[in-house]
Design a protein around this ligand. Structure first.
Ligand SMILES: *Cc1c(COP(=O)(O)O)cnc(C)c1O
Length: 395
């Protein structure tokens, strides 16, 4: 290793280890499902975004294998050279159809999608108003665009209105965008889209909703924008194919004109090899299943409600989630980590989330129930929470 690199890494790694902050990554020994196996221990899994249990669904696996046999394992090129296969076009049509938009464009991940889509439209002559709790990929995508980023307080509509007025009336910017998560993954709260659309229309803001945690969950699976009936009033609807859809990839759904532009300007689309054909085929199957089996989404919501009510009745603080995401707010950072460790010893995999990911003093164990959890599993979870909660004096 070069001396320069060694001198850069060694003190920083040492410091992380000393402070106990070095994240040790556990490998899962098998598929990601309602139960997972780590180091031989079988655990009830409350930490994945696999909301509908699709990541190991046999129907998706079949389609993936079928497409792999037909098209091969890799696309062989970027989309704009000859890495667009008929299965990619099919996927984009399926997404647009599902989202009720004119068109859609697929990326290799949700992260990539935000990198590509924001900077394809916004430039250093523009401003982006961004909710302070937006996802890291939105923050990075905004930075990459070179636009002036103006952070607004989380879901504070007065602050948004004031900021939108100031930014547009200043005459400093060619255009102004408002960008928000559709569902915020730390608290499970939903963007106030009806109010946002009103403010956006008053000040002619471009609207961008990243619905990674809303797709497959809200609006019968079509997302938060559909939930509020606003499909024709939001410019960019972002989704991921790696959470509820269970595979990998991301997309923008919107007007034909927007998608035409992204297909010639979004850099990950132009300069990074396409989604594997097997992934594209599995995603199409996921949309089909979602449409034909609305009871799967209903099961997800029922499980969320069951877990929330159970924890609340035990006396836990579960915040103000409006989705199946169920935070259990412990408060103190050390206690939160201890709580999560004890859950693990008792067979429950639920991650602690503490400062700086969430504000100081609001440390939490975040629970992500899915449609695949059975009521026996959820009862076991509640029994363990009760035991550990009493043991650690949280309830
Ligand atoms: C998870 C997430 C992403 C990233 O999606 P991937 O497909 O995993 O890359 C982007 N935006 C938001 C809001 C997310 O929650």
């Amino acid at each position: 290793m070069s001396k320069a690199l060694n001198e850069c890494l060694t003190p920083q790694l040492d410091a992380l280890h000393e402070q106990g902050l070095y994240n040790i990554i556990d490998a899962v020994e098998g598929p990601n499902g309602a139960k997972i196996k780590i180091k031989g221990q079988t655990l009830i899994n409350l930490s994945s975004n696999n909301y509908l249990g699709f990541s190991n669904d046999s129907r998706l696996k079949e389609k993936c294998i079928e497409a792999t046999k037909k098209y091969g394992v890799g696309a062989g090129a970027v989309r704009t050279i000859n890495g667009t296969m008929t299965i990619h076009d099919e996927l984009e049509k399926r997404i647009a159809d599902f989202k009720h938009t004119e068109a859609a464009i697929a990326f290799q991940s949700g992260f990539n999608c935000n990198m590509g889509a924001i900077s394809a439209v916004m430039t250093k002559k523009d401003a982006i108003i961004s909710d302070e709790l937006n996802h890291a990929s939105i923050i990075d995508g905004c930075r990459l665009s070179g636009a002036k980023v103006i952070r607004v307080r989380h879901q504070d509509m007065d602050h948004l209105r004031e900021t939108a007025k100031e930014a547009t009336e200043s005459g400093q910017y060619e255009k102004v965008m408002y960008i928000t998560d559709g569902v915020f993954s730390m608290d499970g709260d939903v963007a106030k889209l009806p109010e946002i659309v009103k403010i956006a229309e008053e000040f002619d803001l471009i609207t961008y909703v990243d619905d990674a945690h809303g797709s497959g969950v809200m609006g019968n699976g079509a997302g938060t924008v559909k939930h509020f009936g606003l499909a024709d009033r939001i410019d960019f609807q972002i989704g991921t194919l790696s959470k509820a859809i269970g595979v990998v990839g991301g997309y923008v759904a919107g007007s034909q004109k927007l998608i035409d532009w992204l297909k010639v300007r979004a850099r990950p689309f132009l300069f990074s090899t396409s989604l594997t054909p097997g992934s594209a085929a599995a995603c199409i199957e996921a949309f089909n299943i979602m449409e034909q089996n609305p009871e799967t989404i209903e099961q997800l919501w029922n499980n969320g409600t069951y877990l929330k009510n159970g924890l609340k009745n035990l006396g836990f603080n579960i915040g103000h989630s409006e989705t199946p995401i169920t935070p259990c707010i412990i408060g103190d950072e050390n206690l939160t980590q201890k709580f999560s460790r004890r859950l693990l010893e008792e067979g429950i995999y639920a991650k602690s989330i503490v400062f700086p990911t969430v504000p100081k003093g609001t440390g939490r164990v975040r629970n992500m129930p899915t449609a695949a959890h059975t009521s026996e599993m959820l009862d076991e979870v509640l029994a363990v929470y009760e035991r550990v909660g009493k043991e650690l004096g949280v309830i």
